[in-house]
Design a protein around this ligand. Structure first.
Ligand code: CMC
Length: 429
């Protein structure tokens, strides 16, 4: 795999040769696994320069604004494909033909319902619980129900649990919302597409037979597609790390949901909408821009900036189009909060502070606007991100578990605490 070598001269004068890998795309990779034998560790908090695994699923070039799923550009997939094809692609490596797609959907549809006993879990939560708290709990609890797919060493078990997770997350997500509202749960309708069924489970009422608006279904499907995977981000790395110990897939995905919840990651779309409400009026934007630039103020413009995309976020480009389509279809262009969003986008794209630091609106900025226009409450935004990302988490987890010499993830540290000292009895302290 490695024909070239890099030479590292240690502070002790020792010279070490490190294999250099040339991946299909992206930076060359130095293999530092042998360093521990020479008595040194690498130090890279935040994993700024560390490839934690080898993967064939997703590629990002942050400088060029490129995102590929299995080699296909995200813009192509978002416009020409749909979420179920993308799910198949991420899991299997190729786009499905017609028969393969139908088989995939049929198998998925076998698993869309939840074990009825699981519905009782919801009653244990307060109605005002954050839906992400409920998601973490209920998705983790799936492992208590589906014992016939918990053997991670059995490829058939892994396949079945992958289907179960992808099929059941929309049902669980919609139930989180319905429970918070006190509405009756809606069973899945397998004749509908994944996105349509989700919107139906969210909003359908017993008294009407109204189906979700196709424009909103399309926008929802795009949101799912654009959020399906994003290589080794914080939550995906969490899923891999949890899975590396041999934990079952339901528990691993629950750990990913917990990790996604934070405002610097999946919680950004919720934080963004909260911020738009806090700003409240176009006239107050300069005040908030000033705060965002002030180093003594912890406030940041939520929905702007990205760890990897330092040029533009290719997902945001497609999402922006969808946002305008949805606002048009719903006649919501005059909504004051959406006006704040559009003005903020304009100012931030022109302001030197944001331009110089390459802080562009990210996907969460626009997805928040769309979800809000569809009528999805702000605290459900990250749940929807989790729903879509379940496909990526499952694909990444399966890839890792299928590796022949998969190791438990176990980073080291730079210890700077007390050196060894003697114990002091309680009465002498
Ligand atoms: N508002 C104001 N200033 C910012 C922002 C922001 N949103 N983001 C970064 N900066 C500034 C930061 O203060 C720093 O300035 P300076 O160089 O003068 O010290 C510079 O830009 C670089 O920032 P950083 O914190 O070193 O960048 P990072 O790569 O560590 O952080 C980020 C990336 C996404 C955590 C950060 O941009 C941020 O907090 N954004 C808001 C939250 C957000 O929208 N997150 C969603 C990301 S997309 C969804 C996902 O993939 O998870």
């Amino acid at each position: 795999m490695a024909n070239e070598k890099a030479k590292l001269t240690l502070h002790t004068g020792e010279e070490i040769e490190l294999p250099v890998y040339k991946p299909a795309l992206g930076n060359d990779v130095l293999d530092v696994t042998s360093l521990v034998k020479h008595g040194v560790f690498t130090y890279d908090p935040g994993f700024m320069s560390t490839a934690s695994c080898e993967s064939k699923i997703t590629f990002i070039d942050g400088d060029k604004g490129v995102l590929l799923y299995r080699g296909y550009a995200i813009e192509d997939l978002a416009v020409n494909s749909d979420f179920m094809e993308v799910a198949y692609l991420l899991l299997n490596g190729e786009l499905p033909n017609k028969e393969e797609k139908q088989e995939f959907l049929d198998e998925l549809n076998n698993h869309t319902m939840l074990h009825e006993q699981l519905t009782h879990f919801f009653n244990g939560f307060r109605r005002d619980a954050h839906p992400m708290a409920v998601m973490v709990g209920v998705v983790g609890a799936l492992s208590a129900f589906y014992h016939d797919s918990l053997d991670i060493n059995d490829p058939e078990h892994r396949r079945r649990s992958a289907f179960r997770l992808i099929a059941k997350v929309p049902t669980i997500a919609a139930m989180c919302y319905r429970y918070s509202m006190g509405f009756p749960f809606v069973y899945p309708r397998n004749e509908m597409s994944y996105a349509e069924n989700f919107l139906n489970q969210m909003f359908s009422m017993p008294s009407t037979d109204e189906k979700p608006d196709p424009v909103l279904v399309r926008a929802m499907d795009r949101i799912f597609t654009l959020h399906a995977d994003h290589e080794q981000n914080c939550s995906t790395s969490t899923v891999r790390l949890a899975g590396s110990s041999g934990a079952n897939p339901f528990a691993c995905i629950a750990s990913g949901i917990a990790s996604l919840w934070g405002p610097a990651h999946g919680g950004a779309n919720e934080a963004c909408l909260k911020m738009l409400h806090e700003i409240g009026d176009v006239k107050r934007i300069p005040e908030f821009i000033k705060r965002a630039k002030d180093k003594d103020d912890p406030f940041r413009l939520m929905g702007f900036g990205h760890r990897v995309y330092k040029n533009f976020d290719p997902r945001a480009k497609v999402m922006r189009e969808s946002a305008h389509e949805v606002l048009e279809a719903l006649g919501a262009k005059d909504d004051p909060i959406l006006k704040v969003a559009m003005e903020l986008e304009k100012i931030a794209l022109e302001d030197p502070y944001f331009v110089e630091r390459k802080l562009y609106p990210n996907v969460d900025f626009y997805s928040g606007i769309i979800l809000s226009a569809i009528g999805i409450p702000t605290n459900m935004f990250t749940v929807i991100f989790a729903l879509a990302r379940t496909v990526g988490w499952v694909a990444q987890w399966s890839e890792m578990i299928s590796e022949p010499n998969q190791k438990i993830g176990r980073p080291r540290q730079m210890y700077n605490g007390e050196k060894k000292r003697d114990f002091v009895d309680l009465d002498k302290r």
